[in-house]
Write a protein that binds this ligand. Structure first.
Ligand SMILES: C[S@@+](CC[C@H](N)C(=O)[O-])C[C@H]1O[C@@H](n2cnc3c(N)ncnc32)[C@H](O)[C@@H]1O
Length: 291
């Protein structure tokens, strides 16, 4: 494509960004163009294009995708097909939640909490989605065997693609099923569990921004009437799977900290139960250790 044509496309593309979202929309436009060309961020920022630009998609397709961003509020990451998360570039489709910065923090909490002697053995990622946590864990703990579970076959296909991309197939296995169901042989043997389960109360799902509400999988968001349906199951069933002193790390909604701590204490199975805050100062993570 010639530089003049791309300039004209840029002019059109920035023109359809809603006025109220101009700043973030322009940032997204740069990311969008960078994903489908070999232009450097500087060339895009200054709009100083070389005479010929190679597009990885036909122009009509590029145009249609950018239109869907604003007309249908499709998240940018689904339009590009990848997301940068932690130190990874993961494939994402509408079958999986787009991994969030809070979940990067969850992985940091795991890394900072688990002593080196326990960074091995069997680790679980329950509700793996794109495989983000499982892949992060497998790379973080080079002696661990990681088991990633999801009840969505379409999500597991995406996770498998990401696992292959990082060539982790020998230490990271995927299982189709509900929470612990496919993992019965691991009872009493698990060193740690990390999970970002669906935790939004059903009533709140319809109040979320359209990008989330209409495009991210309901199965990844909806935590039942009180938002705690999945969390409750995991907190209550985990002790049967964990070794003595085994770990449970879970991401929560900001308002759920006290309720989840109470759920964990009520099992009388954990010696340590803590709620940690995220970088914004909100209660966000459960850290529990089996007796
Ligand atoms: C909030 S998303 C988390 C995805 C990914 N771990 C992340 O942090 O980006 C929750 C995931 O749990 C899965 N899920 C929902 N119910 C489940 C169940 N009963 N058993 C296993 N996975 C389930 C969903 O399909 C979804 O992939």
């Amino acid at each position: 494509m010639r530089a003049e044509a791309l300039q004209a496309w840029w002019h059109w593309a920035q023109g359809i960004i809603p006025a109220a979202e101009r700043k973030s929309g322009l940032r997204e436009l740069k990311q969008f163009l960078s994903a489908f060309t070999e232009l450097s961020p500087l060339e895009i920022a200054l709009r100083r294009f070389p005479p010929q630009i190679r597009l990885q998609l036909p122009l009509a397709e590029l145009q249609e995708r950018w239109q869907r961003r604003w007309q249908e509020r499709v998240p940018l990451q689904y339009l590009i097909g990848t997301v940068h998360w932690h130190d990874l570039e993961l494939v994402v489709t509408p079958a999986v939640l787009i991994p969030r910065p809070e979940t990067e923090e969850l992985l940091e909490v795991v890394a900072a909490t688990v002593p080196p002697g326990q960074q091995r053995g069997h680790w679980l990622d329950l509700g793996t989605g794109s495989g983000a946590i499982a892949i992060g864990l497998t790379r973080l703990f080079p002696s661990a065997l990681v088991h990633a579970v999801d009840c969505s076959p379409a999500a597991l296909e995406v996770a498998q693609e990401n696992i292959q991309k990082y060539a982790l197939g020998d230490r990271l296995r995927c299982y189709l099923g509900s929470w612990f169901d496919p993992l019965a042989p691991l009872q009493g043997q698990v060193q740690g569990i990390v999970s970002n389960p669906p935790y939004i109360p059903t009533e709140l799902v319809t109040t979320l921004q359209p990008e989330v509400r209409y495009h991210e999988p309901r199965l990844a968001l909806d935590g039942g009437a009180d938002g705690l349906q999945a969390i409750r199951q995991i907190v209550e069933r985990a002790p049967a799977y964990l070794q003595p002193q085994g770990w449970l790390f879970m991401e929560l909604m900001a308002t759920q900290g006290q309720a989840v701590a109470a759920l964990a204490r009520a099992t009388q199975a954990y010696g340590r139960v803590e709620i940690l805050k995220d970088l914004s100062g909100h209660d966000r993570f459960l850290v529990a250790q089996n007796l």
